[in-house]
Design a protein around this ligand. Structure first.
Ligand code: B1M
Length: 212
């Protein structure tokens, strides 16, 4: 890793917004690809934060400051991740499911979809099954993309699929799911149409769903 990427990684770990901003800019100036800055400098650091939390070496407030620093870096990187002149691909409503406040991965999925030419409606976090149903009725997305980071909130994906069915709108929309604890097997079990384990694969899956 270059010095700028190592500094960026450390800034995310330390939760330093200034450090993240400086080092994202320095890495861009050095000519490092935005995707590499994201994966090696920021996502890898958040994985380390998760490992430290699991080991009891960091706590929720530290996770939060790292998350804020990462969000700042993402905002800076956003224009570089979005390609221009892409054709409209379809409309996707993205949201983190009920009870779950993790939004970095969901925002990244939204960002990559936007970059690939999808219109993205960001429903936010803690999105109830009814709110997903309302979005289908009012926004008419082609795809609903649900994110969950907690094993305890994954069942809300199944509840949302049931709510779409009960409201009679399940056939109007494709549903894809993802997030660290979600697996392809789980997606199949609950009857989702697609699963992706990272943001770039989410784009590929969304493209496939648009033609299936
Ligand atoms: Co939380 N947290 N957290 N946390 N947190 C995890 C998820 C955890 C794994 C940490 C750990 O124990 N190692 C653990 C979950 C354990 C479990 O259920 N198995 C955990 C816990 C326990 C908790 C709390 C319960 C802690 C507490 O309060 N006691 C609490 C829950 C709050 C709630 O949601 N109700 C909590 C709170 C928080 C903060 C608020 C402090 C903060 C979130 C801030 C924010 O998001 N704005 C936070 C953070 C930062 C994390 C970790 C460290 C990092 C998450 C992250 O942003 N990763 C996380 C540990 C980890 O993931 N290693 C952890 C970077 C992001 C780019 O990756 O979100 O995985 P990720 O997204 C990826 C893929 O998963 C995928 O693409 C993305 C990009 O490649 N993806 C999709 C995501 N959604 C997708 C949707 C798709 C397709 C792909 O299609 C629809």
């Amino acid at each position: 890793m270059t010095e700028n990427l190592t500094n960026l990684y450390n800034s995310v770990l330390e939760g330093s917004i200034d450090g993240v901003n400086q080092n994202v800019q320095a890495a861009l100036d050095e000519g490092i690809e935005p995707g590499e800055i994201l994966s090696k400098g920021m996502i890898a650091a958040m994985q380390e934060v998760g490992r430290l939390y699991e080991e009891g070496d960091c706590f929720v407030p530290e996770m939060l400051v790292s998350a804020r620093a990462m969000q700042a870096g993402l905002a800076l990187l956003k224009p570089h991740l979005l390609s221009t002149n892409v054709q409209a691909m379809g409309k996707v409503a993205v949201g983190t499911v009920k009870g779950d406040l993790h939004d970095i991965g969901k925002n990244l999925v939204g960002l990559m979809l936007e970059g690939a030419g999808f219109e993205v409606i960001n429903l936010g976090v803690d999105v109830t099954p009814d709110a997903f149903v309302n979005s289908v009725k009012t926004d008419a997305p082609d795809i609903i993309a649900m994110s969950a980071l907690l094993t305890t909130t994954m069942p809300s994906m199944e509840a949302t699929l049931a709510a779409l069915e009960a409201a009679g709108v399940r056939k109007q929309v494709k549903v894809m799911v993802g997030g660290a604890p979600v697996t392809e097997e789980y997606a199949r079990k609950i009857g989702a149409d697609g699963f992706a384990d990272d943001a770039s694969r989410a784009v590929a899956v969304a493209r496939t769903l648009m033609t299936s």
